[in-house]
Design a protein around this ligand. Sequence first.
Ligand SMILES: NC(=O)c1ccc[n+]([C@@H]2O[C@H](COP(=O)([O-])OP(=O)(O)OC[C@H]3O[C@@H](n4cnc5c(N)ncnc54)[C@H](O)[C@@H]3O)[C@@H](O)[C@H]2O)c1
Ligand SMILES: Nc1nc(=O)c(N)c(NC[C@H](O)[C@H](O)[C@H](O)COP(=O)(O)O)[nH]1
Length: 214
Amino acid sequence: MEKSRPYVILSAAISIDGKIATRTGKSNLSSRKDLVRVHNLRKSVDAVLVGKNTVNVDDPLLTVRYVKGKNPIRIILDSKGSLSIKSNVVKTAKKIPTMLVVSENSSKNVKKFTTKGVQVIRCGKKKIDIKKLLKILGKKGIKKIAVEGGGTTNWYFFKEKLVDEIVVTITPYVLGGSTAISLVEGVGFGKISNSFKLKKIEKIQNEIVLHYMS
Ligand SMILES: NC(=O)c1ccc[n+]([C@@H]2O[C@H](COP(=O)([O-])OP(=O)(O)OC[C@H]3O[C@@H](n4cnc5c(N)ncnc54)[C@H](O)[C@@H]3O)[C@@H](O)[C@H]2O)c1
Ligand SMILES: Nc1nc(=O)c(N)c(NC[C@H](O)[C@H](O)[C@H](O)COP(=O)(O)O)[nH]1
């Protein structure tokens, strides 16, 4: 691992059949107990990162609420800068540090975000250059981040081999649906080569939490 970039933990909940949401975008898969674990993870990292669709569909706060602890910085990847100004992350950006990452080609006026307290970072020409972004975050003193999806965002991190640890909860649901989002979307790998080492298995009632390391 390059020292200059933050340590990346990919965190998600999946159904038995590997989906992270229903075909209609419902993604509250984890039990309360598992969410307590997720919030303990959030308080242990410097930043939590998600893609724009996750913000648009879930309208999350990405805060530490189920346990006591410091909120991580929130980072949203949104190449076009088309995030809703009415989203919870934007509305609370003056209280909780929030970064919006857009590509250099995005012509959208980002002032509407900066006036709400959102810090805007431009990184990568058309797509967001994740490697470059992690270097920028490292320079800002961010040492550890939790990537919380969705499937498209997860793919970009796996594609660039930037995932150091995976924490995935298998929840007791079968969701099905060819359009329902899986843990990893994108083009996908053509070869079976990207293996991780299984380090820990936890059983939380009806759920299994798997911890893998690169
Ligand atoms: N169960 C879970 O653990 C979990 C976690 C998060 C999200 N979800 C679900 O996932 C679904 C959303 O997933 P998704 O795959 O559609 O979208 P996503 O949340 O990964 O967002 C994708 C968008 O993020 C931006 N983006 C991400 N990486 C980029 C890059 N390298 N360059 C440029 N732009 C980039 C782009 O705007 C892209 O369209 C929602 O239904 C949400 O509820 C589930
Ligand atoms: N481990 C995990 N279990 C889930 O059931 C779930 N939906 C996520 N998903 C992470 C993603 O970032 C979601 O948007 C947040 O779960 C919503 O975040 P908040 O509750 O507002 O903090 N992660």
